[in-house]
Design a protein around this ligand. Sequence first.
Ligand code: ACO
Length: 334
Amino acid sequence: MTGNAKIIGTGSYLPERILTNKELEKIVDTSDEWVTTRTGIRTRRIAGAGEKTSQMAARAAQKALDMAGVSAREIDMIIVGTITADMIMPSCACLVQKEIGAENAFAFDISAACSGFVYALEIADRYLKNAPEMKILVIGAETLSARTDWQDRNTCVLFGDGAGACVVTGSNEERGVVASQLYSDGRLWQLLSLDTMPRRYCPVVDYETIPDRNSFCDGSAINMVGKDVFKYAVREMGDAVEGLLHREGIKVEEIDLMIPHQANIRILKSLAERVNLPFEKVYTTIQKYGNSSAASLPIALDEANREGCLKNGDLLLFSVFGGGFTWGVVLFRW
Ligand code: ACO
């Protein structure tokens, strides 16, 4: 085995509750037209009463295990990318371990905001280079609705909840992670931030009426300077994609599909234009699920996989950007 991380199963979980732009019109001063044209988002999913990040992550993980034909007891390691873990301690990953019965694994979380899944995949890839027989669950899961200010129209229209997961193991073929590069710039942290957990525990409330969540957030909600985030996201993801392709001697025409973090349709269009990738080669779910941070890429990957959009040998590009700032790119042979 050469030990590049290859994906042998994908899974995702989306809460049942669909929140439309029309419903948001009743909560804040916005319109379906504004949200759709500025972001591409038409609906997003909102976790139900008492539905926690770890539970959504566990459901996505179980689906990935089922597809891989791997039992939870065979898993050696669980990494969850999340900024909305149920608790600060234990980690979301430990709760997933308990929930699915992966008693032989060690488990930990990664805090890299919307880049969390790609950071986790990169770590798994490094482990697999030394121990290719390992089976690793790489998960992105978020309950952003619990950390959103539902009176702030600048942010509340953007986010959604959900989880996506992959089972990865070492590859003995020309498949899996071909190359990757991660970046951070902590100097820009104030452009996108979320304070530490509120004093009261956020996610377990009756969420039938969305604004009720606000009273449970204790003012600790996502802060964002949208225009700057937009500018940096396009520029840094663009540079990262071009840099990696150049380093690996791969032409953009060789990319079969880009599966990016689903931040905003205009960011994705600008990114595609910047790197000269036809937008038909960009897989999007932002219209249906909004921005679910670390969960967005693995949800999109699972959907693309289950829809039969991915063929053996396809060259995929994963591109992410999030708070920190953090960003990164992975070239992946399916
Ligand atoms: N409905 C109606 N009007 C709104 C809304 C809303 N939901 N939100 C903001 N506005 C108003 C503003 O108040 C402003 O009004 P004003 O001119 O009277 O002051 C006006 O719309 C224009 O606001 P801008 O901030 O200039 O709007 P912009 O075109 O930049 O779009 C947006 C805002 C959509 C947030 C954009 O900046 C963006 O997409 N940024 C990227 C943010 C992002 O993707 N964040 C996700 C987290 S980071 C990540 O995932 C990479």
